[in-house]
Design a protein around this ligand. Structure first.
Ligand code: MN3
Length: 242
């Protein structure tokens, strides 16, 4: 079985991994502290995509997914593992714990730990299935943004307005309210509160690095953002609500 067929099959077999609210700590910590196989420093391993590379086309094309998952995300994980190997005391932490106690100048851990967490979260925010906000999530969107179109506009405007590389998030703050915010580079809302980053529980993320869309959309970021709404996994978003 070639690598691509393996990934496709394991992606289908792995859909069970995304069920449940706190998918990430379980997935990403599965191999913490236990390097295995031929790879060195495999503290964190890459969970299979919950769909095949071509599943999100035409909104996100297969080649972009293959490179984004197989090169970019895999690269962050490998570099995170290399960084943790230099500080083995970190291997006992969950990735969320590691991010929460980062020092701002620990750039290898900050950039690659963020890149690891953000992309795993992002893959789970997407689906080829048609989903809609329901129940408590629909009510929360209505309460905070008037309606789904109101939320989409706030989110899309933030995404379009983010200068350079980064992420746009729907976040549930400690007061329970939902808000939209951006982070630069691979920073995220789990990082320390005193870095002027938005704080709270991520519910939805969009990668607005050019590598996420450039092959298909070139400089047309707004078009990428508008196509994103066709593949949001609202069921996953709903499971993140506190
Ligand atoms: Mn990316």
């Amino acid at each position: 079985m070639d690598r691509r067929a393996f990934l496709k099959n394991s992606a289908l077999a792995g859909t069970g991994l995304v069920v449940g609210g706190s998918v990430l700590s379980g997935v990403l910590q599965a191999c913490a502290g236990e390097p295995h196989g031929a790879e060195k420093n495999a503290y964190y391993t890459q969970a299979p995509l919950p769909y095949s590379y071509d599943a999100l086309a035409p909104h996100i094309d297969a080649r972009t997914m293959e490179i984004h998952y197989g090169k970019h995300h895999a690269g962050y994980i490998q570099k995170l593992n290399d960084a943790v190997a230099k500080q083995p005391e970190l291997a006992s932490l969950s990735l969320e714990q590691l991010l929460a106690q980062l020092k701002p100048d620990a750039f290898a851990l900050r950039n690659n730990g963020g890149g690891t967490w953000n992309h795993t979260f992002f893959w789970n925010c997407l689906t080829p299935a048609q989903t809609t906000p329901k129940g408590q999530l629909a009510e929360a969107i209505q309460a905070n943004f008037n309606d789904l179109d109101g939320f989409r506009k706030v989110f899309a405007d933030k995404a379009a307005g983010l200068f350079g590389s980064g992420w746009v998030w729907l976040i549930q703050g400690k007061d329970g309210k939902l808000f939209v915010a951006t982070t630069p580079n691979q920073d995220n809302p789990l990082m320390p509160a005193d870095w002027s980053l938005p704080q709270g529980k991520p519910l939805l993320a969009l990668d607005v690095w050019e590598h996420a869309y450039y092959l298909n959309y070139q400089n047309r970021r707004a078009e990428y953002i508008s196509q994103f709404w066709n593949i949001v996994n609202w069921d996953f978003v709903a499971r993140q609500l506190a």
